[in-house]
Ligand binder design. Structure first.
Ligand SMILES: [Zn+2]
Ligand SMILES: [Zn+2]
Length: 74
């Protein structure tokens, strides 16, 4: 008797959104900081620009709309 049942179907992880593209370096990255206006910046660019975008390390200012966005509060 061949019992080939109970083979787990290959699970495909569905992403709700496609890869994010950093507005600074135009790279596709798995994670971007995002602003309500749609501006995206990757962690790498954030690290390079944090001195100009954040004055307190808690919030960063969007260069597009000037809005304040919190770190770790996506
Ligand atoms: Zn970037
Ligand atoms: Zn913005």
């Amino acid at each position: 008797m061949n019992d080939t049942a109970n083979q787990p179907a290959s699970r495909s992880r569905r992403r709700l959104k496609g890869p994010k593209v950093c507005h600074c370096c135009s790279k596709e990255v798995p994670f971007c900081w995002s602003c309500r206006c749609g501006f995206l910046i990757c962690q790498e660019c954030m690290n390079e620009n944090v001195w100009g975008m954040s004055c307190n390390g808690i919030t960063w200012q969007c260069p597009d709309c000037g809005g304040q966005n919190g770190f770790g509060n996506q």
